[in-house]
Design a protein around this ligand. Sequence first.
Ligand code: ADP
Length: 613
Amino acid sequence: MVYRVTASRQTPFHNLRATLMGLVLLAILPALGLALYHGLALRAQARNEAQAEAVKRARNLAAVQKEHYEAVRRLVETLAATTVVRVIDPKGCSLLFSQLKAQSGEGLANILAVSANGEAIGQAVPEAGDLFAPETSPLGVPTYAGRSWFTTVSQTKACVSEPFALTPDGRPAMTVACPALGWDGQVKAVVAASMTLDGLLQSADAATDGVVGVLAPDGVLLAAHPAEVAAVGTQVAGSSLARTVLASPSGNAEVPGLGGSPKLVGFDRLLPGLSGSPTVFVEIPLEEAYAPARKLLVEQTLWLALVGLVGLGVAWALGSRLLVRPITVMAGAAEAIGRGEFSVRLDAAGQITELSRLGRAFNRMAEGLEERQADLDQKTKELENSNKDLEQFAYVASHDLQEPLRKITSFADLLAKRCSGQLDENGQRYVAYMVDGARRMSQLITHLLDFSRIGSRGKAFVPADLNEPLDAALENLELSLQEHQAVVSRGALPMVTADAAQLCQLFQNLIGNAVKYRGQAAPAIAVTAERRDKAWVVAVADNGPGIAPQHHERIFRMFQRLQADQDRRGAGIGLAFCKRIVERHGGRIWVESEEGQGSTFFFTLPDAEGPSA
Ligand code: ADP
């Protein structure tokens, strides 16, 4: 028969499975760690890219302004060399300048030509507000002679670029001025152009969604886009933004922006060659700047989780199929063997070599056990048959022997009664011996018959209070106990599972012996019980002459009596009876005694769930 056991479904977290999951987790942990490390590296790279992008934006804006500056400077140099300036043609100058201003777009605010004595020759935008507004000389004539760019150019006879500064009407502007030299090398006129940051701010519109600002070296905000973020002219030198931006020519940092919230700020010097050059900075909100890096990390984490879960799922499924199920089947089969079902076999123990080997070994073991069990069954049967035969033999023998014995006894009696006058003293003694011998033989045969019936005629084991068979035995022995003034004491006796009638016989034999083999003093007998290793040990102790150790085993054999007992009646079968009864109950019997010290007979009885009869 092929035995199949379906896997038991007690709890989803089987021990083996949990172990398997743990092992898989351990195995994939380094890979997951590596992937996580890689993800973090990618994230750091994305952050670096975002920071580089912030600097790039600032550089692009600075480049726009620089290009613009170069163009204006070239324009001013060129204009200084034109005839209209050299010949001091006010109309020609104004016309040319206004045309050039119109062509050059936002960043160029005004162009002005001034004669050598500081008077205006002409300008592109006459009403340009504070840009190139003249001062009034002490004589009440409008003049530019006091302007620093004019005096510097007049003295150095070279072009000059003044740093960006706020005009009185609050506009950031810088002046580029060049001299128009005559053939004698003297300054004939000075051409100046006023540049603003409008071009830069306009390109910022398209270049970035973030805040763009321009900061003067002294910490004054020269421009801001969008305009509502901060007022132009605000002194921000104390802010960490200004401290960071002004500390180095170019770079990036995470600092609170103009609005106060943390930003990624990229910055660059506008005109690095010129002294007092302002710095342009670009603010990008941190969430926006690091959005790609965060997205990357989230994606990476999700992938990792997915890979981990798939790995665990596969391990779970394969573990169940390849390990847990076959092992559960084997456990079921082993339990069946434990219950004595030796016909159990495993059909296949799984695809794993070790398990199938285990399965084959299990099957071989089961076969071996089955064979042995069959062998054992056979022998037990033979033994039972032979026991029955023996019992039958004992019964028949004793039954058939009783008859001729009865004849011998009755005819010997007749002989004694009827022919007593004809027999002499010797003859009468011989007849008496014969009668006595025949009676003892009859008793022996009866004992043998009883002995043979202990196993087969015993009653079923039932729960019984040990006090009851003891009481019954004491009742049977009442006369003898009284006659010898014997005292029997007892301890607390337990419930046992036993054949109470046989226990009564057991107590009767042991207590009867204690009285029979008494010493000088009146017999004192104690019956106690104590629990040892799942069994009850019952002790019957007396104060008799004791038994020498060399006889401790012999006295439990059939017809074994000690030499000293020949004058006391007995067949040497009582203790053999006791042994047979105790062994039928699955226990053992022994004696502990020293000569002159009294004897204690012990026997064990199994627990209440003891053997079934
Ligand atoms: P018997 O019929 O002779 O009493 P048992 O089998 O009951 O046979 O006893 C065997 C021998 O063990 C006895 O002859 C006796 O010598 C010894 N014996 C048994 N019980 C005791 C006892 N309580 N004290 C001393 N000797 C004992």
